[in-house]
Design a protein. Structure first.
Length: 367
């Protein structure tokens, strides 16, 4: 196999595929990329047996067709370190890959192509198309609420719900919940649930950019495949039952406060500086169009922020994890934020007034 191209053509593809490759591998070949040059198209594939990403491009000059596996991180580091506008050639000789650019020459070890695994995605039960911006919104609005290493493995991911009239994503770590819903005219009238693992969500977010482009989703029994121009990502799905999230969303929100989102976010950020580093708790006191945010720590240091809000209910004192509030306020796309609770021991419903596609639930803390 031999091909040549310029540095910029493959730079983003190499960086994206490298995100899938795990640093600690049980199989040595999983540290490599599968590179295939055939029919005028070059494809790069990386996998960790859970997520697979394949990038294709025709903007290369293929002199000799073939396939090989090359060390992923070394190849990407070489590519990244070359000067802008460099011309690069890659040639496979026996079990070695020779990368040349200008006066630079690198010789890399390869591994047998036959050892490289492939994720068999199978046929899709549901196929739908959506704008790239909509899919990015569904991911960005909720992904921060996924659990990280919870023993309840189904929480270490994001629920994708597809019905005939909407597409929804939900994530929770047991202390907070995020939900984003976009209207859609999907095929079928039933409800389909799929839990995308955490790494699949992260790599999918990296794959999406700002282009006005349509992406296709193919949802099978065990896999989700997302395709956009030049890229195809396949991820295994988590085999488990996601909690009944609709039962967590508060229905009684008798006390409601509306504030400027950015002002509240900055106030929470300042107060968090003196909060307990382990518990991250802050106390919110609501009374007569005024919100007071209080924080303290074991060193007896204190912070207090006063924010003007719209609130006409009774006096209320409630505690929250300030990090949870900050993350929600950071992803809300509205100028204002509404926080609704029924009492000091109940979960809070956080949403953007006039933009109801994303809602958040935060459990209170005892301070």
């Amino acid at each position: 196999m031999k091909f040549s191209t310029d540095r910029e053509t493959l730079l983003r593809s190499l960086q994206l595929v490298n995100g899938v490759v795990e640093r600690r591998q049980t199989l040595p070949v999983l540290a490599n990329l599968l590179v295939v040059a055939k029919d005028g198209v070059l494809s790069l594939t990386g996998t960790d047996l859970e997520v697979e990403l394949r990038c294709r491009t025709g903007e290369v000059d293929i002199q000799t067709e073939g396939e090989a596996t090359l060390p992923a991180r070394k190849l990407a580091d070489i590519w990244r370190s070359l000067p802008d506008g460099s011309s690069v050639s890659v040639e496979i000789k026996a079990d070695r890959a020779i990368v040349k650019s200008g006066r630079s020459r690198f010789t890399l070890a390869t591994l047998p192509v036959a050892d490289f695994p492939s994720i068999e995605s199978g046929p899709g039960n549901i196929e739908l198309n959506m704008e790239q911006g909509d899919l990015r919104r569904l991911l960005d609005r909720v992904s921060f609420s996924m659990a990280q290493q919870d023993v309840r493995y189904f929480l270490n991911g994001m629920l994708l719900e597809v019905t005939g009239d909407h597409t929804r994503t939900v994530a929770t770590d047991g202390h907070r919940l995020a939900m984003c819903t976009l209207p859609a005219s999907n095929d079928g009238s039933g409800v389909t649930h799929a839990i995308i693992p955490r790494k699949g969500v992260i790599e999918l977010s990296r794959l999406l950019d700002e282009k006005d482009e349509t992406v296709s989703l193919r949802l099978g029994a065990n896999h989700l495949t997302v395709s956009r121009e030049g890229y195809e990502l396949t991820t295994k799905l988590v085999d488990g039952k996601f909690p009944e999230y609709d039962k967590v969303i508060p229905r009684d929100s008798s006390r409601s406060m509306v504030a400027d989102r950015e002002t509240l976010r900055q106030s929470c950020q300042r107060a968090s500086i003196l909060s307990n580093e382990k518990y991250r708790g802050v106390r919110l006191l609501l009374d007569n169009d005024q919100l007071t945010i209080q924080a303290n720590n074991p060193e007896q240091e204190e912070a207090e922020e006063v924010v003007a809000v719209e609130y006409s209910g009774d006096h209320l004192e409630i505690g929250f994890n300030v990090s949870y509030l900050q993350e929600i306020l950071g992803v809300l796309g509205t100028d204002q934020v509404r926080i609704s609770v029924s009492d000091a021991n109940s979960s809070a419903l956080v949403e953007g007034p006039g933009n109801e596609d994303a809602v958040y639930v935060v459990m209170p803390m005892r301070l």
